[in-house]
Design a binder for this molecule. Structure first.
Ligand code: XIL
Length: 332
C-alpha cells in the first residue's frame, strides 16, 4: 500500500506547473526532447506536456538524421516531435541548420567545389525550413562557428565556402520561412571574454550587413563553479540588446561530479536560478531552454564520464533542488 503510494507520487510535480508559471511571465520555457523517449516513456512525455511550452528536438533535426543520403530526406523523427508538440499546444525550436558535427558521411567525406557546397547548403536549408514552415518558430541557423580562441572554426564550411557561408545560411533560412526567428548559437561565450567578444563582433557584422539574424543563443552547458558569472551574462545580454538582437538560453545544464552531494545539488540550484533570473531580467531574453529535464536521459554522463546529475529532475522524475529554485523564480 505504502509502496504503491510512493510509486503513484513519484514524479508528481506541484501545481501550478512550470509551464503555467512561464506562460504568465510570457517566457518560452523549453527542454530538449528525444523522440525515442517521448514515444516509449509515458512519465517522460506527460512531464514534457505539463511542464514546458517549448521543445527542442535533441538530435532529430540534425543533418545526419534528416538527409542520411544525399537527396533523400527523412523527416519521420522530427515530424513525430512536431506532431506531439502541436497536439499539446507546445512551440518548437529547431537546432541546428549548419554545424561542424553530426553531419552525414556523404557530406563529411565528400569533395565539393565552393559552388557545389553552396548549392548543397541552400538545398538543405530550403528543404528543411520549408518542410517546417509555420511549425518551427525559431531556428539555430549556425551553430558553434567560433572556436575557443575567437577565430572562425576551421571547418568544412569555412574551408570550402569562406566566412560568408554564415551570411548565406541566414539568407536561405529567411527566404524559406520569413516568420521564423533566426539565431546564431554557441557555447563558451555566455559571459564576457575572448569567445564572447568574437561572437559579438560576428553578429554585429551580420547586423551591419543587413543579414536576417534575430538573436544569439547562449548554450550554457556549465558546471556549478560559478563561471560564467551571472553579472557577465547579464552584461553580454545587454550589449547584444544594444545591437538590436534577442538572446536565448538554449541548452542549459549544470553538470556535477558523480555521485553528487547535497551541497553540490544546492549550488547547482542556485546556478540554474541565477541564469534564469538573468534571462527574466534582460530586456531581450524571451527563451530559456534546458538540455533535458531529467537525469534519466541527460547526454552528460555519456559525453563526460564521471559527471552527470545535470538536470532539475532525478532519474525517476523526482524534483531536485534545481526544480524548486527554477519554480521560485518563475513565481511559484
Ligand atoms: C548533443 C546531444 O545532446 C547528444 O545526444 C549528441 O550525441 C551530441 O549532441 N551543443 C549542441 C547540441 O549544439 O546539439 C549538442 O547535443 C550538445 C552541445
Amino acid at each position: 500500500m505504502l509502496a504503491s503510494l510512493a510509486v503513484a507520487l513519484s514524479g508528481c510535480l506541484p501545481t501550478p506547473s512550470l509551464r503555467d508559471l512561464a506562460n504568465r511571465k510570457g517566457l518560452a520555457f523549453g527542454t530538449a526532447v528525444r523522440e525515442s523517449a517521448l514515444s516509449t516513456d509515458s512519465p517522460y512525455s506527460s512531464t514534457v506536456a505539463s511542464q514546458f511550452n517549448l521543445v527542442v528536438p535533441e538530435n532529430e533535426l540534425k543533418w545526419d538524421a534528416l538527409e542520411p543520403q544525399q537527396g533523400t530526406f527523412d523527416f519521420s523523427q522530427g515530424d513525430a516531435i512536431v506532431n506531439f508538440a502541436a497536439a499539446n499546444g507546445i512551440a518548437v525550436k529547431g537546432t541546428p541548420l549548419v554545424w561542424d558535427s553530426q553531419n552525414p558521411a556523404w557530406l563529411t567525406n565528400g569533395t565539393f567545389t565552393r559552388d557545389q557546397l553552396i548549392a548543397i547548403l541552400q538545398t538543405y536549408i530550403t528543404t528543411v525550413v520549408g518542410h517546417y514552415k509555420g511549425k518551427v518558430a525559431q531556428w539555430d541557423v549556425v551553430n558553434e562557428a567560433v572556436a575557443d580562441d575567437g577565430t572562425l572554426r576551421n571547418d568544412v564550411w569555412l574551408q570550402a565556402i569562406g566566412p560568408d557561408y554564415i551570411d548565406m545560411a541566414f539568407e536561405f533560412a529567411h527566404e524559406a520561412d520569413p516568420n521564423a526567428k533566426l539565431f546564431y548559437n554557441d557555447y563558451g561565450g555566455e559571459g564576457l571574454g575572448t569567445k564572447s567578444d568574437a561572437i559579438y563582433n560576428l553578429v554585429a557584422g551580420l547586423k551591419q550587413r543587413g543579414v536576417p539574424i534575430d538573436g544569439v543563443g547562449l548554450q550554457m552547458h556549465i558546471d556549478a563553479s560559478g563561471s560564467p558569472s551571472p553579472a557577465d551574462v547579464a552584461s553580454n545580454m545587454s550589449r547584444l540588446n544594444a545591437l538590436g538582437l534577442q538572446t536565448a538560453i538554449t541548452e542549459m545544464d549544470v553538470r556535477l561530479p558523480l555521485p553528487a552531494t547535497n551541497s553540490e545539488l544546492a549550488s547547482q540550484a542556485s546556478v540554474y536560478q541565477s541564469m534564469l533570473r538573468d534571462c527574466l531580467t534582460a530586456a531581450n531574453c524571451g527563451t530559456f531552454v534546458m538540455w533535458g529535464f531529467t537525469d534519466k536521459y541527460s547526454w552528460i554522463p555519456g559525453f563526460l564520464p564521471g559527471y552527470g546529475a545535470a538536470t532539475m529532475l532525478d532519474d525517476s522524475f523526482n524534483a531536485k533542488p534545481a526544480y524548486y529554485a527554477i519554480r521560485q523564480d518563475l513565481g511559484g
